[in-house]
Design a protein around this ligand. Structure first.
Ligand code: MLZ
Length: 265
């Protein structure tokens, strides 16, 4: 199908290479997703990470779960991997001598929390211990290099995983640039972030992968290397240099438009 995104063709088109799988804090063989919709589990509240709450599985995609904290509204759903350290079986909190907390923005009076908890858990289907997978260890060091390709969660639209490029590396941090989106969704994160995946992850785990946006991508043959960074200004990727640290050399022939890419909304 010509309209679906193919890494193989895209890597050729952009003459780029994937970041080696060893760079990522992800299992070499992705874990299976043994959760089912409506199962309950314990999760750290993303807005208040010291508190552990009850969450319900609202959706499944690849090795990820769409979670909603019980007692919260439907506008704060979040995504976690089945091998995330942020989730655990019901009962873990109590076993550790801790107490389950109402989520930030609990929609009832705080005094009704104990009864709410009781009702929430009675008769609920709890996710089995075996569904929770051990979090992989972090790679010993930051092995990413500028220009390497990867798949990354779009933090502004966290249900999306999209093709991306390493823009810059600084210590333990990497700059993730989303291909074809002119910098609007780019972010810095740690090299061992759980939100980044090796090329092929989505296809392997049957997660959908967004095609790149349609802002200009220059073939390497039309690019010139950037000037050496001046000591006064630390290099920050510019809007123009979306896909790689290379810039337009001018004048340009009309660009071929890749098929099947949507306009930016
Ligand atoms: N509103 C946009 C989402 C863009 C996602 C970009 N991810 C890097 C759309 O629906 O096209």
């Amino acid at each position: 199908n010509k309209d679906t995104f193919s890494w193989e063709e895209y890597l050729k088109e952009t003459s780029s290479t994937p970041a080696p799988p060893s760079c990522f804090r992800q299992s070499r063989i992705p874990p299976s997703n043994d959760f089912k919709i409506s199962m309950k589990l314990e999760a750290h509240d993303p807005r208040n990470s010291t508190s552990v709450c009850i969450a319900t599985v609202m959706g499944l995609m690849g090795t990820r779960l769409r979670l909603r904290l019980d007692g919260s509204d439907n506008t704060n759903d979040f995504w976690r991997l089945v091998d995330s350290a942020d989730i655990q079986p019901i009962g873990t909190c109590e076993k550790n001598g801790d107490m389950l907390q109402p989520p930030l923005g609990f929609r009832m009076n705080a005094s009704s929390w104990p009864m709410f908890l009781l009702r929430t858990l009675s008769g609920a289907e709890m996710a089995p211990d075996t569904a929770f997978k051990k979090e992989p260890r972090k790679p010993a060091q930051n092995g990413f290099k500028p220009g390497m390709k990867l798949e990354a969660v779009d933090k502004k639209n966290p249900y999306l995983i999209c093709p991306a490029t390493i823009g810059e590396v600084r210590g333990d941090e990497i700059f993730v640039m989303f291909d074809g989106w002119r910098g609007a969704f780019d972010y810095w994160c740690k090299y061992d972030s759980r939100d980044i995946f090796p090329v092929g992850w989505c296809s392997l785990t049957k997660h959908s992968l967004q095609p790149p946006g349609n802002s200009v991508t220059l073939p390497k043959s039309l690019q010139t290397p950037p000037p050496p960074p001046s000591s006064s200004s630390p290099t920050k990727p510019t809007r123009r240099s979306m896909q790689s640290p290379y810039r337009l050399s001018a004048p340009l022939p009309p660009l071929p438009v890749r098929k099947g890419v949507r306009g930016r909304r």
